[in-house]
Each structure stands twice: as C-alpha cells, then as structure tokens.
Design a protein around this ligand. Sequence first.
Ligand code: NCD
Length: 321
Amino acid sequence: MSEAPFNPLAFPQPHLLGIEGLSPVDITLLLDRANTYVELNRKRGVMLDTLSGRVVMNLFFEASTRTRTSFELAGKRLGAEVINMSVSTSSIKKGETLIDTAMTLNAMHPDVLVVRHGSSGAVKLLSEKVNCAVINAGDGSHEHPTQALLDALTIRRRKGHIDGLQVAICGDILHSRVARSNIHLLNTMGARVRLIAPKTLLPAQVERLGVEVFHDMRAGLKDCDIVMMLRLQTERMESSFFSTVREYYRYYGLNYDKLEMAKPDALIMHPGPMNRGVEIASDVADDIGRSAIREQVEMGVAVRMACLEVLCKKLEGRENA
Ligand code: NCD
C-alpha cells in the first residue's frame, strides 16, 4: 500500500468530533500517519519535539483507563505539555457547568482539549465555545472517533486492508459510541458491517446505518473476518435490557463454539474494558493467535499521536495565516 505524503492541512476540520462526515481520504490520512508511529513507539526513550510548546488538556467527566492514558502518552511523545483534569477533584464537583469549566480552561490557552462526557452532543457544544482544537474522547452513546480509528489501524495492519471485509459487531450496540463510530468508519472504508444483539440492545431503525442485523449469534458470525465484542454498558441502562448475565452469556457471549462459525483466521477485537464471562470467554480473549485486544491498546497511542499532530498543525496553519 503506497502512502500519500503527509499533508495535515488537507484534514478538513479544526476538531475531531466524530467519524461521521469524514471521507476515506481523511481517515486514511490519520491512519497512514498513525502507522508511522507504531514502530517508533516500540523503541525505548523516543521523544519527539513535533508539538513542543503546545498544551493538551485532558478533561474526562467519565471514567477511563486506556483513552486518557494513551492521550497523555501520545501528547508527551510528541513533546507537548499534557495536563490531566480529574473531574473528581475539580470544581465540577462544586456544581460548575460543563461550559463554565470549558471556558475556564480555555482562558489558560490550551491548544487541544480532549473531552469525554456522559451526554451525547456535549463535546460538540463545548467545541463551539472555545478557541482551541477539541477531540471527542467519547460523548454518551454517540461517538468515540479515536477508538474507531485505532480499531481500523489494527484491522489494516492485520488484514492489509479494510474494504471488502465482513465485520460483526456484537453486544450492547444501543449504548455504544464505539459501535456507532465503527459503523461509520467501516462503511466509509468499504467493509460490510453486521450487528449481532438482542432486540432490546439495538437502536430503533438501526438498518438505516447501512448494516445487516442478526439476533442469532451463530448466524451473524458466519464467515466473518472480524469479530468485535462490546461490553454491556450497565451504567447507561435505566431499566432491564436482558434477563440475567448467565443467559446473556449463553446467547451472546463469544466462546470457541460460536467462534467456529467465523472464518478460521477471524480476528477477535474488544475496545475494553472487558467483562470476562459476560460478553467474552477468558480463553478466547487471551488467545494470542486470534485476539488483537492488546494490539488495539497499542494502536491507540499511535492513532492519538496522529490526531493531536494533525489538529495542532491545522492550528499552526491558522496562526501563520
Ligand atoms: C469504551 C468507551 O468508553 O466507550 N472504552 C474505551 O474507550 N476503550 C467502551 C466501554 O466503555 O465499554
């Protein structure tokens, strides 16, 4: 695959709020750049000065392990100063609104705000109030663009391409921003997407997103190249969406028996955090030959480096204009 020369100014947007609306060229620009960072990240002690003098602020209103730490590492690797705002110790606990908090941080002139929030649309709203670049690190059940990008990079490196692949996304689609961003990305890049879930865990009129829907896992997994498992997001469930965890696992948990339906070289993915024995059997999750779950985490740093770099270069372009 020959890569186009890196031209961050070609990226059409000042923010990264979602995958919806990005073109194959925009997505490829980010993936190609991220790919150049993968080997570099495996070396010890590499520090670049690409973003020296830039300030990245992480503002997470919801819990996070992978996303927050990988944004921090990505910023630091590129030489930026990274500040982590922990909501539990900030004035948000004292009743400050999202916008007031954002305006306060904006007054300190950050270059990039990386924001995770429990409400769909909150990150876009915030981006309209500040004058720095904003990256959506997950807004409610809406979008989580860097997760879809790191999943795409993992798939592209393992399979060599994304187009034409049959991808099954299984589990709690209804509450999943990861599913939504992945559906947009995979469709844009020419993959075919199947969703496998009980009726109660699917959004209404989900077929409109250009996917095939299955309620039976074995039927849905048949001949798939990629099996992407999702956690039951109980924190977003206001009522009961399934009878018991045991029954859910029986019908929708990925084990070797169900996996047999997929292609023999099908790749197993999960954005994490995993609930072993709920949506995925431990031995399947830990299968080093077939599971790309650890690799997804590794790709997360490279993808976030590319996103921070592209948005900061766009800022630089505007500052010099
Ligand atoms: C996901 C999220 O926060 O949306 N996690 C992640 O970023 N890797 C998925 C989840 O919480 O289940």
